[in-house]
Design a protein around this ligand. Structure first.
Ligand SMILES: [Zn+2]
Length: 576
């Protein structure tokens, strides 16, 4: 665990220096990102607006061999470290980014010049190099009224155990030629279609030194008022083999294979637009793709924003207020502890390669990346991004509960369509029920549970959902008090539990009784107070994050104290 602490501190210092002169190298791409263009100039001559056809075509056209070829080309540059060579055409990050740019330009030529290749350039001293570039392919939308932008991205830079080693062999196949190949393949497939919103295909740099390329684009978007609607980050997305080590939440055991599950990491718990994006992507997979696919995938919505002690390009977007999430393989090969002497896994080493030649005929015949698995993940991304880019504006809602489980939902705002979705969950990450209604005011009877967390979406005339709204909770206790607790306050189990660095503690307030202030008091087994955290008392769910950092193992108690009175106490486990 020392290595994780080390790398966190290291990232902190590397990212400390300011980024300046952040700009898009193409005026056309810059204007497209800001919604300042004539959509007619970018309309496909054969517009396909049937979402079922788009989903079927993406599912059919994404190609495992094409993904394999892209990975082989990216690996051939030998070292794609952020500070590596930019002059050579054969090695280094400069050669890699020019190849991606040229590939976007080629796809543009094949699709009526509708995809605009560009660089996002910024100045910052990273690994001894002063200027850096993400590669962008911008596909302008057909409707500039909302000016919203969807981003599909993956980092192209690679590394060895030392973050700035620009000379080691760092083919970075799983991490992250896989995500970069996915982005390029979707640019190839999706440039054929016209979407309402603009779609950006982006390969970032500087991820391994502190998410710096993604940070530059998020900063540019925030400063230039680019309306980023959703970011789908793909990082470590094609490997299926579990290593000896892997960061928590970890894969089952060494050499375990999982080619049918992908993890969706996102920020927040209750009322998080980041988790709502992950849920939307999972819903689109279930409804658009499950009827079409040969190998069904399990999309697992994870509680934390990323693996413990790790980070990804979705995080700078979240920090700038944009909805973002990360797709990552279920199984990964290593925990990034490559600087440790006993580290044996491939991630962040020279061994992160395509595979091995087992019969000595100079041809790789055993692969560490499953190209069909990567293709399935590309399809999930492509269809999810397509629906987000085609769908209508998100509505809002009012909610009331009667007799414990009769939910009355009123749709408000953006009510120009006559079909809506109503999603209901309890305290899990997944929606339990997603209803369809044609009425602005409707009643639902979800399965009996103590808490209902409800959000809504609009469905347009083509049958495409918007992203889902904020969440409103109804505590069934609004009518029926919780057993043994007449205060209307309830302490929820912390998540995740056991935890190792941080955990989220929530309370549910039905509003039966009025309190002025509340706090969570955390104690060790001896009863010694460890921390007091103020927590809100809004009706519904209130949350606070407990950051414990690196410390002692053990069981801790946490109590909800309202106006000086202990309401409820629970236990949690610290397992660092
Ligand atoms: Zn990575």
């Amino acid at each position: 665990m020392k290595s994780l602490l080390y790398s966190l501190l290291f990232l902190g210092t590397l990212g400390a220096q300011a980024q300046t002169n952040i700009r898009i190298t193409s005026l056309e791409a810059d204007q497209a990102l800001k919604g300042k263009y004539n959509p007619a100039n970018y309309q496909a001559s054969n517009v396909i607006s049937d979402h079922k056809l788009i989903s079927a075509e993406i599912n059919q056209r994404v190609n495992a061999d094409s993904l394999k070829l892209f990975i082989q080309i990216l690996a051939s540059y030998s070292n794609r470290n952020t500070g590596s060579d930019t002059v050579s055409n054969n090695i280094g990050i400069g050669a890699a980014r020019r190849w991606i740019y040229a590939t976007f330009a080629r796809y543009s030529a094949q699709n009526e010049n509708r995809l605009i290749p560009a660089y996002l350039q910024f100045d910052q001293d990273i690994c001894g190099m002063g200027q850096h570039r993400n590669v962008l392919g911008v596909l302008p939308g057909s409707d500039t009224s909302s000016k919203e932008v969807i981003v599909i991205e993956g980092h192209m830079d690679s590394r060895c155990g030392t973050a700035c080693d620009v000379n080691c062999k760092a083919e970075g196949v799983e991490d992250n030629a896989t995500g970069t190949a996915l982005v390029i393949e979707l640019a190839r497939v999706m440039s054929k279609y016209s979407y309402k919103n603009t779609i950006v295909f982006m390969a970032t740099t500087g991820e391994e030194q502190g998410l710096l390329g993604a940070n530059a684009f998020a900063r540019y978007s925030f400063d230039q008022k680019v309306k980023v609607k959703a970011v789908l980050n793909n990082d470590v997305i094609g490997g299926v083999i579990c290593g000896k080590t892997s960061s928590e939440p970890s894969c089952p055991c060494e050499d375990d294979i999982d080619s049918t599950q992908v993890r969706l990491f996102s920020f927040g718990g209750f009322n998080s637009k980041w988790k709502q994006l992950a849920r939307f992507l999972k819903l689109e997979y279930q409804e658009e793709l499950i009827p079409l696919v040969e190998v069904p995938m399990q999309l697992t919505i994870m509680t934390p924003e990323d693996r413990t002690g790790r980070g990804g390009d979705h995080i700078p977007f979240r920090r700038n207020g944009f909805a973002s999430m990360r797709f990552t393989s279920a199984n990964e090969h290593g925990n990034a502890g490559a600087a440790l002497p006993d580290y044996e896994d491939r991630q962040h080493t020279s061994d992160d390669i395509l595979g091995v030649d087992t019969d000595n005929d100079q041809i790789i015949d055993s692969f560490f990346v499953d190209f069909n698995y990567l293709a399935r993940n590309a399809v999930i991304n492509g269809v999810g991004a397509s629906m987000a880019a085609l769908g209508p504006q998100t509505p809002d809602l009012n909610l009331s509960v009667f007799h414990g489980r009769r939910l009355v939902v009123e749709i408000t705002d953006q009510t120009q369509y006559n079909t809506y979705r109503v999603a209901v969950r309890s305290e899990t990450n997944d929606w339990d029920s997603v209803y369809t209604t044609h009425q602005l005011l409707d009643t639902f009877y979800p399965p009996d549970q103590s808490i209902y967390i409800v959000s809504v979406a609009s469905v347009d005339v083509n049958g495409i959902e918007s992203l889902f709204s904020r969440e409103i909770t109804a505590n069934a206790t609004g009518i029926r008090p919780l057993e043994g607790n007449e205060t209307g306050l309830r302490l929820l189990q912390n998540k995740p539990n056991p935890f190792d660095l941080a955990t989220t503690i929530g309370i549910a307030n039905s509003g039966i009784q009025k309190f002025d202030q509340a706090e969570i008091v955390i104690r060790d087994v001896q009863g010694k107070m460890v921390k007091r955290l103020a927590i809100g008392l809004d009706k519904g769910i209130n949350e606070v994050t407990f950051n414990y950092g690196y410390g002692k193992l053990g069981v801790y108690s946490y109590s909800l104290v309202a106006d000086g009175k202990i309401i409820e106490t629970k236990q949690m486990i610290f397992a660092n």
